[in-house]
Design a binder for this molecule. Structure first.
Ligand SMILES: Cc1cc2nc3c(=O)[nH]c(=O)nc-3n(C[C@H](O)[C@H](O)[C@H](O)COP(=O)(O)O)c2cc1C
Length: 315
């Protein structure tokens, strides 16, 4: 196939982190001859507050996990036809963020995605497995074809980011905290700069790719890294979010007083669970690791698809 390949890049970013990541990936595509990039920022109709007010932050979880997002401005979404969609999204409560979900649910978004090869690009703290499961299901229902998934996360230890990410979201202060004991929240500038390699790989292959090719373009580049210790915790937490989210939605709209009382109880329960269940399950997992090796390897391969964890071709 000859002719210009048209790439649509969509995404939302509150702090600018995901925009920087997307721009790093898009750089080589914008520089490539024969590729035309259209970038469309997803824009919530009502701007999300930053930093997040405490209650508003937690009260966002029921609708996030039940994929009932606050709306975006659909009029900014283009009408045209694209050869590839790069869909950048962040995770909110183990689900695609509300603006990303609003794109998936919008008539124009669905039309842009239907039948197209899609590269998902995630920038989040470190828990993205369940969100991507949701994304895969939604893309499949639309008829979109996921060809690559690229994920960048905060490289600090989970115990640190458990403090630094909410601190960043709720105060706007990115850190470092406690005199440098807890590193600054977010994806490192170096990791963002190196994400250019994905753009290079796509720019190299896209011009000569057949339109019905579903094979990944970013294998061998370390596109994802699976933290196997988080698999069970994510499953458990996602189930808990779905259950409690359904209950809270039955109690009223976001902000309803009776909903807030139960939400307060749930936040206490949730923090207690995270501080107990996650470390305990991590210890148990380490103890039984020799017996579960094969199953865990299968799970890793499943969650790492389609781009995979391997980085053997990295330059
Ligand atoms: C409401 C909310 C919920 C979040 N939940 C998660 C989560 O479940 N897992 C995760 O890894 N990161 C989570 N994050 C962090 C985001 O994925 C993301 O890293 C952060 O919001 C910065 O993104 P942005 O500034 O580019 O929008 C959450 C952030 C917000 C605001």
């Amino acid at each position: 196939m000859t002719g210009v390949k048209r790439v649509l890049a969509v995404g939302y970013s509150q702090t600018g982190q995901l925009t920087q990541l997307l721009n790093s990936v898009l750089g080589p595509l914008q520089a490539a001859e024969g590729i035309e990039v259209t970038t469309v920022p997803l824009t919530p109709l009502k701007e999300e507050p930053f930093p997040w007010p405490f209650w508003y932050f937690f009260d966002t979880f029921p609708e996030s996990v039940h994929l009932d997002p606050r709306p975006i401005d659909e009029s900014v979404l283009p009408e045209g036809d694209f050869d590839l969609v790069i869909f950048a999204y962040q995770v909110w409560f183990l689900s695609p963020s509300m603006p990303a979900t609003a794109f998936l649910k919008s008539a124009r978004g669905r039309r842009l995605l239907a039948g197209k090869p899609v590269v998902t690009l995630i920038g989040c703290r470190n828990m993205w497995l369940m969100a991507q499961e949701t994304m895969k299901r939604e893309l499949e229902a639309i008829g979109a074809r996921l060809v690559d998934n690229i994920v960048l996360t905060d490289s600090a230890h989970s115990a640190f980011t458990f403090v630094s990410t909410p601190a960043w979201m709720l105060t706007g202060n990115r850190g470092p905290f406690l005199g440098g004991l807890i590193p600054a929240a977010g994806i490192s500038a170096d990791d963002i700069a190196q994400a250019e390699r994905f753009g290079r790989a796509i720019a190299q292959q896209l011009p000569t790719r057949s339109p019905d090719d579903d094979s990944p373009m970013c294998t061998g580049l370390g596109a994802v890294k699976i933290n196997e210790r988080l698999i069970a915790s994510e499953r458990f937490a996602h189930r808990s979010f779905r259950l409690w989210g359904a209950l809270l939605r039955r109690l009223g709209r976001p902000g309803a007083p009776q909903r807030r009382i139960v939400l307060g109880l749930y936040v206490v329960f949730l923090v207690t669970m995270i501080l107990t269940v996650i470390p305990i399950s991590a210890v148990i997992k380490r103890l039984i690791a020799p017996f579960t090796r094969e199953r865990v390897m299968r799970q890793r391969a499943y969650f790492a698809a389609p781009s995979g964890e391997s980085a053997e071709l990295k330059d």
